[in-house]
Each structure stands twice: as structure tokens, then as C-alpha cells.
Design a protein around this ligand. Structure first.
Ligand code: AGP
Length: 609
């Protein structure tokens, strides 16, 4: 998720580009760049680091010109560096491109272009597009862009500039947002409304497959077949701050609603198109590699640690390899039994959590192979680890982690299928079934997010309780841990999660009349046992909110309220069952008037011990 902008009009482009990008830094902030046409040629200025690094460079060497594009980056392919920053150009410098998204078939296209003599200067997928348009150009900019779009696959929002046709910008989108701001004698392009709201409130929202030719006096939109499209003007009535949250009240709820896309993107290029299995280009493991792994140690903190617990169930069941899961601050000091036959998996959204980084170094010191699962390309943990799998959730701004957690679960599921298939412990048919179910998940999450009213009501009804319990068995217990952390960290309610079978060994003493208990019952193989635990707390007059699978007609007989999730494979239910718990925590915090995005005493990335 990057931020892109474009300007064409009578004013200097650079000031608008930099100001617009500053409003899009929540979309990505590891590097930035602009390109401006000065009437003769295009000049590009870009640098790694926050936007102010680039702004200082442009201040010292102003880029003059009334046509320009800009980009603030969230790295996916190629770590943050000057060379990998956007805009990207072709061999001649005549074509310049900025991009948000992932070009899935970029490696294949890059090999073909190199064979034709193109010289690449970055590791990015995007640079392929700049060389491709150079390859397709026969004197007609628009026709060349169309030829490029016929060849690239994946998700993209793209803006093109051409030195030979400086009276226009061409932009297009597929699965990533793009808006055009309509001005008087000038027009604007941006990934999102915050970038243009200070200059105009009249916009065109581009749809998938649409392409626009933007000049200073006109905006010409057509569909993929080149047929003109009449666009309706979308008048923006948000204030600038709300615009950064995309009209949502908080980044947390925005990120909860971004999960269908984050989950789909994280599976992109890893789930075989025919659902036959899973591949990881970044791993390329062999049967021998897997045979060499006698034990897996998963190490992380907070929400990432909870993702690791789900991973343990999946990897042990599908790949039959013993898995230990540790919080990093304990792992470092318990002299763990780790050696060169251990794979240590490090999970971290930020990639900067100090305890987790130190645990990684400890595991390496003990001779372990290391694999990081992180959301930030080029982060310390990514750089320190032998191999890395990135979650493609995009920047997560709210302190309470939501979309990073579900994408970490996706990677755990993909990894377990990948290792189980390589090891031969997972039948081909079961792998295929799991892949089919994985592909369904984005729509099922979408379905869950369509009706949040009942959850909002429960949060308002019980939001002022001071103690809440979460119970579950097996994978439901792992999700209960995450649900209770979410509620604790943003609503400040004292919430605890327990393995439901453990209650009668002490905690049941705390269950009194009216205490809310969130009971997850989505695991068929322990369902009856779970119902008896629900009866245990009901017998003490607890108020029970049950989380059950759609089609389960039993559970509502035993609980006070029921929230249903779509049915999926038992190993994948955590990706769905956590959604109502995220929403419950969010609406409880809103009900209590808490600072949802910046809860007290917490930081997004904990870089202290
Ligand atoms: C989760 O909502 C919290 N922000 C916190 O527990 C977090 O998961 C933990 O600090 C680990 O962060 P990381 O994934 O960036 O390493």
C-alpha cells in the first residue's frame, strides 16, 4: 500500500506533489520520490526515508515544471533504498511511472526485457512497467499504455508520464484505489482523497479496469476495451483528518475493514492458481530441507505470539513437526534447546520489536535456521533473518493489531500446507481442499463485516463491565487469547482468556452472576466438551456470548447471545472467528470513549526491553 499523486495545470507541480504525499504517508513511509517535466525533459528526485528527507532535497534543488507525479512507498518487492524508490524510469528516461500494488508476473516480464537489452536499476516489480512501455511505444503514448496493460498481471494503481507527450498524464487501476481531483484549468490524481482535499472536493473515483487521460482542461475516462465511460462526480464532504482514515472514525476500524484485501494480497502469488498447493518463491525449500527440520520454535510478542500459537496447531497437524511457541522476552533467557536442526520462526508486524529481534539473534547464535514473518520490508528482523515471508497487510497505524494478525494466520496456514506437502504428511486432496477454503476467506470476512449491528449492541450492553472472560478449546482457545488482548489493550476492561477445560481448576471461582463470558465453539472435534464448559459458566449465571459456525442450531440453546461465522475448514476458522472479537473490542472501546488508535501506555512498535 503506497501513496501516489499527480498534477497537471498552471501551477508548479512539486509543491502540490509534496503536500499531497504528506497526506498519504499513512499508506507508506519508507521512501519517496517525485518526477517533474520542466518543459524540455523529466527530472526525477527520490530518496529512502520519510518524506521530509525528499522535501529537503527538493528544497535545495527545486524541480520546476507544471506536470509531475509523486510516490510515498510501502515496500513489498525490494527493500527501502534510493534505487527502489519510485518514480521508476525506462532506459531512456522518457517514460516515468509510479505504482501502488503488486505486479505478480514481473519476474517473467523482467527476464524477457533483459533478454532484449533493457538495463534495470532496481529490485522492484514496478520498474518492469517503465521498461515495458518503452518496449511498446510506437509514437502513441495511449496505445503504448494499453499494450502494457495487456501484459501485466496483479493489482495496481499506475500513473504514467511521457516526455514526448507532456500535455497529459495517463492513469489506470486494478484492485487498488485511484481518484482524480477535478480543478479549474488543473487536475489532480491521487491514491486517496486526503491528498487532493485541500485543492478540490470534486472527484472521479476510478473503477477497476478504467483508464484516464488527464490534461489540465479535461479528464477522459474509458474502460478496458477503450469505450468512453461517463463518470459521476463524487463530492467529498469529509474533513482532512477523517479523509486520512478514509472516512472511518478510527484507523483500527479502517484496518479491520481492510482485512479481505490484506488476506487476498498475502495469498497472492503463493496460492497456486488451480488450488493445487502452495509455493513460496522466497523459500524454494526441498524435501531435504524439510527433512532437516526436527523441531520448530516460534517466537514473538503480543498479538504476533498469538498468531504463533495458531501456527503451532496448523504445523503440528499438517506437517507433523513438533512446535514450541515462546514469548520472546522469556525465550531469550531460558537457554532454549535449539540447534541446527531447529527452524526458528520469528513473527513481528513491525519487524522492530526489541525482544523479538534479540530472540532471533539468540536463535542464530545457537545455530538455528531462522525464518521471519513480518509486515515491514527491510525491517531489522527481516534483515537479520536467514529467510523472510512478508505479510502484505500494508501499513498498520492503529496500535491494536488486526489485519497484521489475520495475515500472519494466513502465512501460518500457507506454510503448514507447504511443509506438509513437501514432507508428504499432507494428502494432495486435503491440500487442495484447504487451498480452496483459503481462497474463499476474503469473501467470508467481507460477509462478516457486512452486519456488525448485533456486535455493536453487545458492546454497548456490556461495555461497562470491568471483568470479561474468553473461553475456548483447541484453536478457539488460541483465538480467545487474541480476543482478550484486543479488549484489554483498547477498552481497558480486565479480560482473561482460558482453555475452557481449565476453568474448573480454579478460575470458575471468578464466574459470578452477570459476568460476560465470550465462548468460542467452532471446533467440531471438541464441540460437545465446549458445550459442557458453557453449561458450567451458565450454571453460575454468567452472561454468555457464543461464537458458533453458521448452521449450528445447538449453541443458541446454551448461550444468551450468538454470533455466527461462516463455516470453513477447522484449521482456518481462527481467521474468521477473530473478526467479531476485534469488533467487540473496538465498539466496547468506542462505548467507553477510549482513544482507540492510541491506547494509554502502549506503542505500535516496542523497541525497548
Ligand atoms: C497488539 O495489538 C499490540 N500492538 C502488541 O501486542 C504487538 O502485537 C506486539 O507489541 C508485537 O508487535 P510486533 O508484531 O510489531 O512485533
Amino acid at each position: 500500500m503506497c501513496g501516489i499523486v499527480g498534477y497537471i495545470g498552471p501551477d508548479q507541480a512539486a509543491p502540490f506533489l509534496l503536500e499531497g504525499m504528506s497526506k498519504l504517508e499513512y499508506r507508506g513511509y519508507d521512501s519517496a520520490g517525485i518526477a517533474v517535466f520542466d518543459g524540455t525533459e523529466i527530472h526525477v528526485d527520490k530518496s529512502v526515508g520519510r518524506l521530509n528527507v525528499l522535501a529537503k532535497k527538493v528544497d535545495s534543488h527545486p524541480l520546476k515544471g507544471q506536470l509531475g507525479i509523486g510516490h510515498t512507498r510501502w515496500a513489498t518487492h525490494g527493500r527501502p533504498s534510493d534505487a527502489n524508490s519510485h518514480p521508476h524510469t525506462d532506459c531512456t528516461g522518457k517514460f516515468v511511472v509510479v505504482h501502488n500494488g503488486i505486479i505478480e508476473n514481473y519476474l517473467h516480464l523482467k527476464e524477457k526485457l533483459i533478454a532484449k537489452g533493457h538495463k534495470f536499476t532496481s529490485e522492484t516489480d514496478t520498474e518492469v512497467v517503465a521498461h515495458l512501455i518503452e518496449e511498446c511505444y510506437q509514437g502513441d503514448f495511449e496505445a503504448a499504455v494499453k499494450k502494457v496493460l495487456e501484459q501485466i498481471e496483479g493489482s495496481y494503481a499506475l500513473v504514467f508520464m511521457c516526455q514526448d507527450e507532456p500535455d497529459k498524464l495517463i492513469c489506470t487501476k486494478q484492485d487498488n484505489p485511484l481518484v482524480i481531483g477535478l480543478g479549474e484549468g488543473e487536475n489532480f490524481i491521487a491514491s486517496d482523497i486526503p491528498a487532493i482535499i485541500s485543492r478540490t472536493r470534486k472527484t472521479y473515483i476510478l473503477n477497476d479496469g478504467e483508464m484516464a487521460i488527464v490534461t489540465k482542461d479535461s479528464v477522459w475516462v474509458m474502460n478496458r476495451q477503450g469505450v468512453p465511460v461517463t463518470k459521476k462526480v463524487f463530492e467529498v464532504n469529509w474533513d482532512a483528518e477523517a479523509a486520512e482514515r478514509g472516512g472511518y472514525e478510527h484507523f483500527m476500524i479502517k484496518e479491520i475493514y481492510e482485512q479481505p484485501k490484506a488476506v487476498r494480497e498475502t495469498m497472492t502469488g503463493r496460492l497456486a492458481k488451480d488450488d493445487s498447493g502452495v509455493t513460496f518463491d522466497e523459500l524454494k525449500w526441498t524435501k531435504e530441507d524439510i527433512a532437516g527440520i526436527k523441531k520448530i520454535a516460534v517466537v514473538a510478542c503480543g498479538t504476533a505470539y498469538h498468531a504463533g500459537i495458531v501456527g503451532k496447531y496448523l504445523m503440528e497437524n499438517l506437517a507433523r513437526i513438533p512446535v514450541e511457541v515462546d514469548v520472546a522476552s522469556e525465550f531469550r533467557y531460558r537457554s532454549p534447546i535449539i540447534d541446527d536442526q531447529t527452524l526458528t520462526i520469528i513473527i513481528s508486524q513491525s519487524g522492530e520489536t526489541l525482544d523479538t529481534l534479540a530472540a532471533l539473534k539468540e536463535a542464530k547464535k545457537l545455530g538455528s535456521r531462522t525464518l521471519a514473518i513480518t509486515n515491514v520490508v527491510g525491517s531489522s528482523i527481516a534483515r537479520e533473518s536467514d529467510q523472510v515471508i512478508y505479510t502484505w497487510a500494508g501499513p498498520e497505524i492503529a496500535v491494536a493489531s488486526t489485519k497484521a494478525y489475520t495475515t500472519q494466520l494466513i502465512v501460518m496456514a500457507l506454510l503448514a500446507i507447504y511443509m506438509g506437502s513437501l514432507k508428504g504428511t499432507l494428502e494432495q486432496e486435503k491440500a487442495r481442499e484447504l487451498c480452496r477454503e483459503l481462497r474463499n476467506l476474503p469473501n467470508q470476512i467481507h460477509e462478516l463485516l457486512e452486519d456488525v449491528e448485533p456486535i455493536k449492541t453487545f458492546a454497548q450492553q456490556y461495555g461497562f463491565k470491568e471483568d470479561v472472560f474468553f473461553i475456548g478449546r483447541s484453536l478457539d482457545y488460541a483465538v480467545a487469547l487474541e480476543g482478550s488482548l484486543k479488549l484489554k489493550e483498547i477498552s481497558y476492561i480486565h479480560a482473561e482468556a482460558y482453555a475452557a477445560g481449565e476453568l474448573k481448576h480454579g478460575t470458575l471461582a471468578l464466574i459470578i452472576e452477570g459476568v460476560p463470558v465470550i465462548a468460542l465453539a467452532t471446533q467440531k472435534d471438541v464441540y460437545e466438551k465446549m458445550l459442557s464448559n458453557i453449561k458450567e459458566v451458565k450454571a453460575r449465571d454468567a452472561v454468555v456470548i457464543g461464537i458458533g459456525l453458521k448452521g449450528d442450531e445447538q449453541i443458541e440453546k446454551y448461550v444468551d447471545h450468538t454470533i455466527y461465522i461462516p463455516a470453513t475448514d477447522k484449521f482456518l476458522t481462527p481467521i474468521l472467528s477473530v473478526i467479531p472479537l476485534q469488533l467487540l473490542a473496538y465498539y466496547a472501546a468506542v462505548t467507553r470513549g477510549c482513544d482507540v488508535d492510541k491506547p494509554r501506555n502502549l506503542a505500535k512498535s516496542v523497541t525497548v526491553e
